[in-house]
Write a protein that binds this ligand. Sequence first.
Ligand SMILES: CC(C)(COP(=O)(O)OP(=O)(O)OC[C@H]1O[C@@H](n2cnc3c(N)ncnc32)[C@H](O)[C@@H]1OP(=O)(O)O)[C@@H](O)C(=O)NCCC(=O)NCCS
Length: 189
Amino acid sequence: MVRIVLGSDLAPERAADPALAQLLTQGRGSLAFLIGNPACRYRLLGGAIHWDRVLLAFEGEQALGFAALKHDGRGPFALHWRPFIREFGLISGWVRFAGFCLSELREWRYPFLLYGLRVSKAARQQGMGSALVQACCAHAAKLGFTQVELEVPLNNPRAKRLYLHNGFALRRKRWVPFPPVRGMWRGVP
Ligand SMILES: CC(C)(COP(=O)(O)OP(=O)(O)OC[C@H]1O[C@@H](n2cnc3c(N)ncnc32)[C@H](O)[C@@H]1OP(=O)(O)O)[C@@H](O)C(=O)NCCC(=O)NCCS
């Protein structure tokens, strides 16, 4: 039985479990050229997570998926330059940090963004992704938002299908080809 919990409602010792931060930093793979592989992303971003911007799907005690959210100018990751300098050195660290900040800023026009969604491989095709999307929409409605937006990579038809099946519609094609994503949106009651 799947249980979906807002990260900030977890007991502090549970949220401190490194496995949760490791799960979350598996996301943002499209920015690997800036923030590296999952192990590197964990070192860069895993230490400062905004748990009130994360819905976690648990089966028993094990977290098997998450939906990350961005609203009111705040996403799941706090922006700290120090880990970037530590990881990549002074120049490359600043360049990568600036690039990551720019990519984060780009999304601030969305009032409520489904920033990331991921289900562990072994738990896919069982409805967990849909349950997380539905929980995200219910959370947005509870906070008073009227719609949820997201950006789906053009090379991810599986995710696009999942969003279409959960009530999202495609936005018009963008004029700018980078980043290669398509906007989607859904009204929430
Ligand atoms: C995209 C992703 C989150 C989907 O998660 P998921 O848990 O597999 O999603 P669901 O199980 O709800 O839906 C997937 C399919 O399984 C089907 N399904 C759901 N419950 C099922 C069940 N009990 N038995 C069989 N099939 C089922 C759904 O109908 C759906 O089919 P569709 O693709 O034809 O619509 C997952 O593949 C993932 O983490 N991918 C990598 C990260 C990623 O791409 N994230 C999206 C970024 S925009």
